[in-house]
Design a protein around this ligand. Structure first.
Ligand SMILES: [Zn+2]
Length: 201
């Protein structure tokens, strides 16, 4: 079932082909998913060692195929909430403020594609690979960082372009016209989060 999501994630379309008919349904969506780090659910917690050893992580995470994982752009390890976290007062940004920042970034993207004469594209996520290379324009330090990370972590071509898109969006959220090294570093960290946990096993 999960791997059936690969095509709509990539193209925003669901194609059903039968003997004489082929129908494409619009299927653009945003995938938000959560999983435990391992079968016992405790890997990565300070002081915890899985009873089944490192295979507790590798077997469990291996159930998500590489090609599906490659299409998930932002991966974040979320540590367990402790009792003191619950007691301590929260100092979080208000959702309304975040929503405003997102709306501004979306406006920036809409204008970007309009002025480039690209019809039908309103977000960095939906823009073509050739176009994101042209529009993302990382500074030389950022480009070097991306090349080094792509070599070290063996990014697929898809992964490389997706990092560029996430970084461009992070710069948009900053209101920055130039894509800096800092935005690329953050985007790269989101792609390699789950690899860090596997490496720790
Ligand atoms: Zn475990």
């Amino acid at each position: 079932m999960l791997d059936a999501l690969r095509q709509p994630l990539e193209t925003g379309e669901c194609i059903i082909a039968r003997a004489n008919h082929r129908v494409a349904y619009p299927s653009e969506f945003q995938l938000v998913a959560a999983m435990n780090p391992c079968r016992c659910g405790m890997a990565g917690e300070p002081g915890h060692t899985c009873a089944r050893g490192p295979r507790c992580i590798t077997d469990y995470q291996g159930r998500i195929s590489g090609p599906l994982m490659d299409r998930i752009d932002i991966r974040i390890d979320v540590p367990a909430v402790s009792a003191s976290d619950l007691i301590r007062p929260m100092t979080a940004e208000r959702s309304a403020d975040v929503a405003q920042r997102v709306a501004l970034a979306r406006d920036m993207q809409r204008e970007r594609f309009e002025s480039a004469g690209i019809g039908g594209v309103t977000t960095n996520a939906r823009c073509s690979t050739a176009l994101i290379e042209k529009l993302a324009e990382p500074d030389p330090a950022g480009l070097q960082l991306l090349r080094d990370a792509a070599d070290k972590f063996k990014f697929s071509a898809r992964g490389y372009h997706r990092v560029l898109k996430v970084a461009r969006t992070l710069a948009d959220l900053d209101g920055a016209s130039l894509l800096g090294r800092i935005h690329l570093a953050e985007a790269i960290s989101y792609r390699i989060a789950s690899e860090r946990l596997s490496a720790a096993a």
